[in-house]
Design a protein around this ligand. Structure first.
Ligand SMILES: [Cu+2]
Length: 229
């Protein structure tokens, strides 16, 4: 009896210990899995997002990857996108100018001055400017009024990006160039308004005549000259 019961007594004592050991092992396993899983879920999307092979220990912070994805930097930027990134707005609302002095459209294409003013590549006049006195010094200020355009002449560098701010001192006037190479450049203004336009000057030096494109206005003296050097 004693001999038969003894092993059973040992078994009944050993069982809780075995269960406890198994429980500890299972807990340990869960902890190990949890620890391993955490960095893995971070690593997998990180490398997937960039689509690049990354060396171990070379994992950039997640925030950077998200920014990269949102900014579309997985691929190389197009010429237009590069231009837009580096471009400067000389006058608020006017076309942007690149570091190479090229006037571009909102989509980063080079503007053209020899197209109709309605053409998508034509430089666009701004809306009326609220505080024209705050325009930067590089903006050429022109005033149109009955019988005159002031200054009567001004000089720009061939091919350079030119910003003009045209103000009407009295009634409606329309600033235009005569040479078809500048037919896209036009500014229409009502009395008291100032609007601006940014465009590339012609590459060919010379005198480019300016006039008011309202019938009768040029004849009464609304004319000027842009000298390209
Ligand atoms: Cu006029």
């Amino acid at each position: 009896m004693m001999n038969e019961n003894q092993p059973e007594g040992k078994k009944s004592k050993a069982l809780p210990i075995i269960i406890a050991i198994i429980a500890v092992l299972v807990l340990a396993l869960i902890v190990v899995l949890a620890i391993n899983k955490a960095p893995k879920t971070e690593n997998i999307p990180a490398s997937n997002q960039t689509g690049e092979e990354m060396e171990e220990g070379d994992v950039p912070p997640i925030e950077e990857d998200v920014t990269m994805t949102e900014d579309g930097e997985e691929r190389e930027l197009t010429v237009e996108e590069q231009r837009l990134e580096e471009a400067v707005e000389v006058v608020t609302g006017a076309n942007l100018v690149t570091e190479d002095d090229v006037v571009i459209t909102k989509t980063g294409e080079e503007t053209r001055t020899d197209v109709k003013s309605s053409d998508p590549l034509a430089p666009k006049q701004t809306r009326p400017i609220d505080n024209p006195e705050e325009l930067s010094a590089e903006v050429i200020k022109i005033t149109m009024s009955t019988g005159s355009i002031e200054p009567a002449e001004f000089t720009v560098k061939a091919g350079s990006a030119v910003s003009l701010a045209v103000t009407s001192a009295d009634k409606t006037h329309v600033f235009k160039f005569k040479d078809p190479i500048l037919k896209a450049v036009g500014v229409g203004i009502m009395g008291g308004e100032t609007r601006a336009i940014t465009f590339n000057a012609p590459e060919t030096p010379g005198n480019y005549e300016i006039f008011c494109d309202i019938p009768g206005h040029e004849a009464r003296g609304e004319a000027a000259v842009m000298i390209v050097e």
